[in-house]
Design a protein around this ligand. Structure first.
Ligand SMILES: Cc1ncc(COP(=O)(O)O)c(C=O)c1O
Length: 388
């Protein structure tokens, strides 16, 4: 039974400004490696408070180039989170490095610094923390772990554009290599796209070369000085990014508004904030602590352990509400199980989150009545869905 128009899981917010900017690029004839790409990179770096920014074709491409820039490869182990989108570990496999997973913090769901420290061994070359679901990972503690052992750091900030860490620093602006992603469900979109914040001008030069088939920076025709890839972001995509960046603060504030509505409505139906000690109830995303600020990527809640998540998602869909189980633990994906002999029970906090988390519709401009509908439907589904 449908209770109104369908409510999608995510929806990009694009307007007349983005249309105009794309049209300008189309009419300019410079569709790739043109001035709008440079403009997007400059504006992004300024907005973030970083020295530079290198735009690429996806977040995955950004991660891959980051792994290469750190020189991680065969024989190297990199400590990372099992509770993430698969790309944050796949990028290590591309270069023959080995992901070593460790468990996550039960409140933030980002890598637990103590677990990361314990996972560091003889062969560890680096740390790859993920600012999962837009909540800043404990970078100060992780940097301490890294500095004790001289490890490199690659930050996966693909879900965390605009987040602020415990030191009050924008996620991605600490000076480590850091990646962002601009798929259509992200806080800022270019359709497909990604970006890497370089750790030095030399690294920036290498990243720009590798994204463009290994060409020299003078762009000499077919002057390929190193192995490279086609990881270019087009100027058409960059134009969308420029438009989105102009109102990034507004887009992020809008997402804060929607998340606030959810917290209120779901609190009213019995939702508890993470950290409240109720691991079997409906657990809402954790609140900001100290200087930390989450950037809202998705709004995901932990269902009570006895609720059948698939049935609940189906029930919501019957009411026109798109929700999604979010997301499988990387160490339990078939490829990882087989390659590395990984199994259930190794990372209980991540596995519990992975089994219980569900992403609810969440997008810029989501109306209050839509949040109400989701909250009502979730309440109904929880009432009828237990123990099935
Ligand atoms: C945590 C994380 N890392 C990496 C990526 C990869 O980004 P892309 O899809 O742009 O390749 C994503 C995208 O969803 C992500 O959520």
């Amino acid at each position: 039974m449908s209770g109104g128009d369908p409510i999608p899981l995510a929806r990009p917010e694009l307007g007349a400004r983005e249309e105009q900017l794309v049209l300008d690029v189309m009419r300019s004839g410079r569709l790739s490696l043109g001035p709008v790409l440079e403009l997007f990179e400059r504006r992004f770096a300024d907005w973030l408070g970083a020295e530079d920014a290198v735009a690429v074709s996806s977040g995955t491409a950004a991660l891959h180039l980051g792994v290469r820039a750190l020189g991680w490869g065969s024989g190297d182990e990199v400590v990372t989170s099992p509770f993430s989108f698969v790309a944050s570990a796949n990028c290590l496999l591309y270069e023959g490095a080995t992901p070593v997973f460790c468990d996550v913090d039960p409140i933030t769901l980002a890598i637990d610094p103590a677990a990361a420290a314990a996972a560091v061994g003889e062969r560890t070359a680096g740390l790859l923390p993920v600012h999962i679901l837009g909540y800043p990972a404990a970078m100060a503690e992780l940097e301490e772990v890294a500095s004790r052992r001289g490890l490199g750091i690659l930050e996966d900030a693909c879900e965390a554009l605009g987040a602020i860490d415990s030191d009050g620093i924008g996620v991605g602006a600490r000076g480590n290599l850091a990646t962002f992603a601009f798929y259509a469900n992200k806080q800022l979109t270019t359709g497909e796209g990604g970006l890497i914040v370089p750790s030095s001008p030399e690294v920036a030069e290498r990243l720009r070369s590798e994204r463009n088939q290994g060409r020299a920076s003078d762009m000499g025709w077919l002057s390929h000085t190193r192995l490279g890839f086609n990881y270019r972001l087009t100027d058409l995509q960059a134009a969308i990014g420029v438009g989105q960046l102009e109102r990034a603060d507004e887009l992020l504030a809008e997402r804060d508004r929607v998340a606030g509505l959810y917290a209120e409505r779901l609190g009213a139906i019995g939702g508890h904030l993470a950290g409240g000690g109720d691991r079997d109830g409906l657990v809402l995303p954790c609140e900001n602590r100290g200087a930390e600020r989450r950037s809202w990527f998705v709004y995901a809640v932990l269902l009570p352990a006895d609720v059948d998540r698939d049935s609940l998602v189906t029930e919501l869909a019957r009411g026109g509400i798109q929700a999604k189980a979010y997301m499988p633990c990387i160490h339990l994906l078939p490829d990882y199980r087989e390659r590395f002999g990984l199994r259930e029970g190794q990372f209980p906090v991540a596995e519990d989150a992975s089994a219980r988390l569900v992403a609810l519709p969440f997008f810029t401009g989501m109306a209050e009545v839509e949040v109400d509908r989701v909250a009502d439907a979730l309440s109904g589904a929880l009432g009828g869905g237990r123990g099935r």
